[in-house]
Design a protein around this ligand. Structure first.
Ligand SMILES: [Zn+2]
Ligand SMILES: [Zn+2]
Ligand SMILES: [Zn+2]
Length: 263
């Protein structure tokens, strides 16, 4: 292993890692596989490491997974609230009552409050350092999630970014919630009208479970991709000069597609 070992988040010994990686979060070698070190059997190690200069910083993946799950939960609640509010407006306009919508909105109030607290706790477990800094810098822009990788991800999942409705671009303007903005979940009102049906509560639960399972999978491809776009600042397109802030955050001027444009 090159560079200094930086002990982070309860990882107590250096783990051999593949070369390369650099300014991104990369999985340790043998990610997700049990292995033996100094005659000791180590059950299953899932860490991502971040390298900057001579330092390598290791993070247990739960630090990222907990934040990603709390953000997903908040997004789903905000989109569900928007759906119910629209149903209530429509019902009132047509002179009838939207059965159950008010009760569900009250339940969502409680769920939002819990999810917001879960996110707060999960964020507080992100060790102070370059990833912590870039995570918070990214979120200074309320529409940080419009970075190209996440727009493409939304399109690939059949979300609004694949159509001309523009819902993801304006979602934050249609709620008073301070959190929970982002791309479509299975509760997105526009996606529901596009596909013509609503998922059942069990189906919604299984979408969230699937997301969690993918993040925790022994194959690190998905967690690496999600950690990169949710936690690190984007690099810049060929020919564009990166801002000083991005240079400082990512530590070099590596060029990559997909500039994140501030509004
Ligand atoms: Zn839409
Ligand atoms: Zn949608
Ligand atoms: Zn979208």
């Amino acid at each position: 292993m090159r560079g200094a070992w930086v002990k982070i988040s309860g990882i107590s010994s250096p783990i051999a890692c593949s070369k390369g990686g650099g300014l991104r979060l990369s999985p340790n070698r043998n990610y997700g596989q049990p292995y033996t070190k100094d005659g000791q059997h180590i059950p299953r190690v899932c860490v991502l490491y971040y390298r900057r200069g001579p330092n390598e910083i290791y993070y247990e993946i739960e630090v990222f997974v907990d934040i990603l799950l709390a953000e997903y939960c908040l997004r789903e609640i905000v989109q569900r609230e928007q759906l119910l509010e629209s149903k209530i407006v429509l019902a009132e306009r047509n002179g009838y009552k939207a059965a159950g919508c008010h009760d569900e909105l009250i339940q969502l109030l409680r769920q939002y409050s819990k999810a917001e607290y879960d996110l707060y706790i999960a964020e507080s477990r992100l060790p102070v350092g370059p990833v912590h800094k870039s995570y918070h810098t990214l979120r200074q822009n309320p529409v940080w999630f419009l970075r190209s990788e996440l727009v493409e991800d939304c399109k690939a999942r059949g979300g609004c970014c694949g159509r001309s409705c523009g819902c993801c671009q304006t979602r934050h303007e249609r709620t008073t919630r301070p959190k929970g903005f982002g791309h479509c979940t299975p509760s997105c009102e526009c996606c529901i009208s596009e596909r013509g049906f609503e998922y059942s509560p069990e189906e919604l639960k299984s979408f969230a479970e699937n997301f969690k399972n993918q993040l925790l999978d022994d194959n690190p491809a998905y967690i690496v991709q999600m950690a990169d776009v949710f936690f690190l600042l984007p690099l810049v397109t060929e020919g564009e000069k990166p801002s000083r802030q991005i240079e400082e955050q990512r530590g070099d001027v590596t060029r990559r597609k997909g500039i994140f444009k501030r509004r």
